[in-house]
Design a protein. Structure first.
Length: 289
């Protein structure tokens, strides 16, 4: 097993093998699968502080969305000023737009090790005994595209894993959308409402030149551009979770089981976090005397 991942893959091999032997009396032929699930749970417990930080960061980003939109409305035509104001806002709130990426980055080495572990015929110069284990007769090192056909147990198992993984990704994305507040409507007095006639435009100040009016009109954000950006962001939010399913289609069965477990863990974490947040928000603040 060459490469810089050889040492961690060897350590993971010993750990998963030990868990497999430990679970064999209770799990039987599913001991290796149970060992992978426990290994994944251990990884998620290890990075749970990062996951909690990411959830808090996502909640903060949702809370700050109206203020970010207000900054874009004000400085949309001044990119450098908008960037400075946005950075200052995130710094004051102690968050970052990349907070939600931390758990993914932290998990990538473990997923890479799992992928390499079940793609290597030998580990530390000895045969990889984990490759002889499987799930319903399908080896843990097998790929979906190496199956015998749609009516085979191999393909049926992989398609079932993909279906469950896609359902979990859909639930996670749905929960994330429910957690985010609706995009705030333009504030009263903004150009959008003035054009709609709901808020009368303020009269021009004495001495205001036509050139100043044209300059102000040019600095207003383009509604069509903002709508296009919003649609692109929404599409990315809906599509991105399903990249996990695409990756699982080209990964060994063991890596697909890892992904299935970690996505289920993420969904449970998000539900628990939102429940606690809602419970904390519903607690009345005691009156001060």
């Amino acid at each position: 097993m060459p490469g810089f991942l050889g040492v961690p893959a060897g350590a993971a091999y010993r750990l998963v093998s030990a868990l497999t032997h430990l679970l064999t009396p209770a799990a039987g032929g599913l001991a290796a699968v149970a060992a992978i699930v426990l290994f994944t749970a251990a990884v998620r417990l290890l990075i749970s502080p990062l996951s909690l930080r990411a959830l808090r960061g996502q909640a903060a980003m949702a809370r700050l969305a109206p203020r970010v939109q207000a900054l874009h409305t004000r400085y949309g035509r001044q990119p450098e000023r908008f960037k400075r104001e946005l950075t200052a806002l995130y710094k004051r709130e102690g968050t970052s737009p990349f907070a939600g990426v931390l758990p993914l980055l932290a998990q990538w080495p473990f997923l890479s090790v799992m992928y390499l572990l079940f793609r290597s015929a030998t580990v530390n110069g000895a045969p990889n005994q984990l490759l002889s284990d499987g799930l319903f007769g399908v080896p843990l090192g097998a790929h979906w595209l190496s199956g015998a056909g749609l009516l085979s147990v191999h393909d049926a198992l992989f398609l079932a894993v993909f279906a469950v993984l896609a359902a979990l990704c859909w639930l996670s994305a749905r929960l994330a959308r429910r957690a985010a507040p609706a995009v705030a409507a333009p504030a009263a007095g903004t150009p959008a409402k003035r054009r709609a006639g709901r808020v009368p435009a303020a009269p021009a100040r004495a001495g205001q030149s036509r050139g100043a009016e044209l300059t102000a009109a040019r600095t207003r954000p383009d509604p069509a551009e903002a709508l296009a950006n919003s649609k692109a962001a929404g599409l990315l939010t809906r599509v991105l979770p399903y990249v996990t399913v695409v990756f699982a289609a080209f990964a060994p069965l063991a890596a697909a089981i890892y992904l299935l477990t970690t996505v289920a863990w993420t969904l449970a974490e998000r539900r628990l976090f939102l429940r606690r947040t809602a419970r904390a928000a519903s607690v009345p603040v005691p009156a001060t005397r």
